[in-house]
Design a protein around this ligand. Sequence first.
Ligand code: FES
Length: 72
Amino acid sequence: MSETLITPYRDGPLLVRGPFRLVDQDGNEIDTGRETVALCRCGKSRLRPFCDGTHNLIRFKAPSGAEQGRAA
Ligand code: FES
């Protein structure tokens, strides 16, 4: 896979597939050990920045597509 694909899962994490580097705010590498990772977007994971499934327990709600009225 030559490109990176990021998919917001409905009511769940951001799934990142393909070649990428994950670094913290100071530029320190965060070892993922794999080519596909789920990044928490509910904010409640105990393994941030990774998803640990807590979004299911808290019934996190978010669309898969872009929300209306918000541009990058
Ligand atoms: S999105 Fe899964 S724990 Fe936050």
